[in-house]
Design a protein around this ligand. Structure first.
Ligand code: NAD
Length: 499
């Protein structure tokens, strides 16, 4: 059986604890690798080595750090097929989806080529007699990044890219479900010219995470995953005096107004609701048509589209719509929630609870499900399902629809489909959700903007990628300097002269 260790000081090393967790092939249900589970000592050792490497890296000029990013972009493009295959094999998503995962990460690395521009400071000439004032952004030191399973390339790159570009070292804890691509990315960074030790990967479980949260050398923590864990990580990291940004779960609503193009909205819902088996934090899991007629037309448009979805392993060609979910446990949780929806009175319009794929009976496949007449008190509405299940909640008015999205505890993404500019503008202005699409179902901001939700989808104040990431991974130092001519003029330091 293949063993996956840790990536320390430029090379993969075996785990020393003798503890391993299983990495599955979700399409077959078979265990395909044993993943080392790090002890506290192994994690602390990785952090100490990262700190040793950071001194020289932090002193490197930003242009050179940008060049490492440039080389990384080329290497990722060179290895795109290999990376995508490794990603699909552990995660289960289709190859085009895996390439999308890699591409959206790569775009943040491209953005980081601009590190010299992003790290420029401010300067005030003549703040007082002979006095100048300037501020600069300096790296935090060593930062930690703790990852979810659903974007094993994009999420690490969103953190590691800006953190390294700012001159930090990073200790990454991948998801235990799909750790291979993060390990491959660490290796590619070394090939791109990153000094050994600046990007460490420790694999493991809660013990590894808690060790990172308590290690005094770690200055910043970036987390992405479910909301209860995000809340926990934020509380423990900040109680230990660390800077933290923790991104949690989601329940994204799409409002469909009576004037919307229903075919366009239905097509968008198929991609946004079922793509990657619904395992996206920006997936649309709730459709809110406004008015009974809109709802009836939407259901009529959705049913044949949902029934046509092709669910198969990524190896089955390019017309596969989505693959298995990540584990057998996830499959059981999703089916449990679907049953609860039926028990609580929702109408299961497309029912695939007995879905099974010939030759892959042990794989973690879940057929597509469409619910109508969902109400806001049902578990399928209040909870994040993170599976191929779309719920239609009918609203009588626009106010009722927007109120629903506003009242939900999650606030990651949302969308509205309408031809009316006034309604769209009102929606974008009033909604208490971090990322908004107008006739765009998955409004993931590009690398040079920032990504983050509101409410229980985010704990902290600075978002991922874009300008926020350069702020998160640096701290500001402000220098006030006075030269002899200023002293002569003012004698003592002359605050008054600064008024
Ligand atoms: P998860 O919370 O189960 O795990 C995330 C990480 O936390 C993993 O590395 C895991 O090892 C670690 N972890 C789990 N339990 C822990 C504990 N008790 N103590 C310390 N560490 C622990 O999340 P997941 O299932 O891997 O990912 C799916 C979730 O991530 C979904 O809720 C999804 O919405 C969310 N997500 C959010 C965003 C965003 O930007 N908001 C992006 C992607 C995914």
């Amino acid at each position: 059986m293949k063993k996956i260790g840790h990536f320390i000081n430029g090379a993969e090393v075996d785990g020393t604890t003798g503890r391993y967790s299983d990495v599955f092939n979700p399409a077959t249900g078979e265990v395909q690798a044993h993943l080392a589970v790090a002890s506290a000592d192994e994690v602390n050792d990785a952090v100490a080595k990262a700190a040793a490497a950071q001194e020289a890296w932090g002193a490197t000029n930003p242009q050179k750090r940008g060049r490492v990013m440039m080389a990384m972009v080329q290497l990722m493009n060179r290895d795109m097929d290999k990376l995508a295959e490794a990603l699909s094999r552990e995660h289960g998503k289709t190859i085009p989806d895996a390439k999308g995962d890699l591409q959206r990460g790569l775009e943040v690395i491209e953005y980081c080529i601009g590190a010299p521009q992003m790290l420029k400071g401010d300067y005030t000439d003549n703040a007082g007699p002979g006095i100048d004032m300037y501020s600069m952004r300096q790296p935090l030191g060593v930062v930690a990044s703790i990852m979810p399973f659903n974007f094993p390339a994009m999420m690490p790159l969103w953190h590691v890219g800006p953190a390294l570009a700012c001159g930090n070292s990073v200790v990454l804890k991948p998801s235990e479900r799909d750790p291979s691509v993060p390990m491959m990315l660490a290796e590619l960074f070394v090939e791109a010219g990153l000094p050994e030790g600046c990007f460490q990967v420790v694999n493991g479980d809660k013990e590894a995470v808690d060790t990172l949260l308590d290690n005094e050398t770690i200055m910043g923590v970036s987390f992405v995953g479910s909301t209860p864990i995000a809340q926990y990580i934020y509380a423990r990291a900040t109680a230990n005096g660390k800077r933290a940004q923790c991104f949690g779960g989601a329940k994204n609503h799409m409002i469909i107004m009576p004037d919307a193009d229903i075919d366009q909205a239905a097509d968008a819902l198929i991609g946004a609701g079922f793509g990657a088996a619904g395992e996206r934090c920006m997936a649309i899991s709730v459709a809110v048509p406004v008015g009974e007629e809109t709802a009836d037309r939407l259901i009529d448009a959705l049913v044949p589209r949902v029934e046509k979805l092709r669910v198969a392993p990524y190896t089955d060609g390019n017309d596969v719509d989505y693959g298995p979910v990540v584990t057998g446990e996830a499959k059981q949780r999703i089916l449990g929630l679907i049953n609860s929806g039926v028990e609580q009175g929702a109408k299961l319009v497309v029912d695939n609870r007995d879905f099974s794929l010939q030759g892959y009976e042990n794989g973690f496949f879940v057929g597509p499900h469409l619910f109508d007449n969902v109400t806001t008190d049902m578990d399928i509405y209040t909870q994040e399902i993170f599976g191929p299940v779309l719920s239609v909640v009918r609203a009588k008015t626009y106010e009722e629809a927007i109120g629903m999205a506003m009242d939900h505890e999650y606030g990651n993404g949302t969308a509205i489909y309408t031809r009316d500019g006034d309604t769209a503008r009102d929606f974008a202005h009033r909604i208490n959700i971090g990322m908004v699409g107008i006739n765009v179902p998955i409004p993931v901001p590009l690398a040079y903007h920032t990504f983050g939700g509101w409410k229980k989808s985010m704990f902290g104040d600075l978002n991922q990628h874009g300008p926020d990431s350069f702020k998160f991974y640096t701290r500001t130092k402000t220098v006030t300097s006075r030269w002899p001519s200023g002293i002569k003029e003012g004698g003592e330091f002359n605050f008054k002269a600064m008024d």
